[in-house]
Design a protein around this ligand. Structure first.
Ligand code: SF4
Length: 271
């Protein structure tokens, strides 16, 4: 049995790679019915940034965008990927051909979304990327801990960046899903803290959602983490909700100070 098929077999055990209910009140889909999204997903790829120096710490990488997400963060920049329609920009074969050509020029692949862990064929794609010798960074909202663990334990991801949207008390509001069940997110945080795979936690900080109390709660939640980044919200035309604002640098610095007692490395991004 090939290594790839073995790895795929690992994930086939996770039949709920399909669709465990994440929320008490799932968001309305504006893309023709959410069931359609889950049942018809294949490895169409919605976007490829051919080179980035920012997305994968310390590496010259490309970024692969996979459409579809189960959250509706009002500050999300990727409205087109979340709400659809989501036409494919390329497919996995074209991506792999691109990566073959760029060997020696790129030294990492970021896989982002949307929420990549919703894709049933993600293990297969990551396996193929790894076979080409590329380290993989995965961006995730953390809502699928079983899938995250499976990828990490199979060695299919080298670095995970997980969003911590806010304090538990304001999580659902900040994720755009009232009544959101936090258990999966807590489980993903706990798993990453074990250090099976290298990781960072990060929060996009928005004036309308975050204040000092947010970070007083986030610090103890992720206590012992290696890295935590506060990313300043940047307004764009593609943001899901209009009228949101960033905090100023000084305030962001004060928020970072609230987390520093709990986390080895705390830094600001985009400030
Ligand atoms: S910010 Fe991330 S988790 Fe939130 S809606 Fe956008 S893609 Fe989904």
């Amino acid at each position: 049995m090939s290594r790839r098929r073995e790895q795929r077999g690992i994930f086939m055990e996770f039949s709920p790679w399909d669709r465990p209910p994440l929320t008490a009140a799932r968001p309305d889909s504006t893309m023709g019915g959410e069931n359609a999204l889950w049942e018809e997903m294949d490895m169409d790829i919605q976007g490829l940034q051919k080179m980035t120096l920012l997305d994968y710490p310390g590496r010259v990488a490309c970024t692969v965008f996979l459409g579809g997400c189960d959250l509706r963060c009002p500050f999300c920049h990727n409205g087109g990927l979340v709400l659809g329609p989501m036409p494919a920009e390329l497919d996995s074969e074209e991506l792999l051909a691109f990566l073959r050509k760029r060997r020696g020029l790129l030294d990492g692949v970021c896989v982002t979304g949307g929420e990549p862990l919703l894709r049933p064929d993600l293990p297969e794609l990551l396996s193929q990327i790894k076979e080409l010798g590329y380290p993989v960074k995965l961006d995730t909202n953390g809502g699928r801990p079983a899938q995250l663990r499976a990828l990490a334990e199979a060695g299919l991801v080298d670095y995970v960046a997980m969003d911590v949207k806010n304090s538990p008390g304001r999580y659902g509001e900040t994720a755009g899903v009232p009544g959101l069940d936090l258990a999966p997110f807590r489980e993903s945080v706990s798993f990453l803290l074990q250090g099976t795979v290298d990781y960072e936690f990060r929060t996009t900080v928005v004036r309308e959602f975050h204040d000092a109390d947010s970070f007083k709660a986030i610090g103890p939640w992720i206590a012992g983490a290696k890295r935590y980044f506060l990313q300043s919200f940047v307004d764009r035309d593609t943001v899901l909700r209009e009228g949101l604002h960033p905090w100023d640098g000084e305030t962001l610095g004060s928020f970072a100070d609230l987390v520093r007692p709990y986390v080895e490395q705390v830094e600001l991004r985009g400030v």
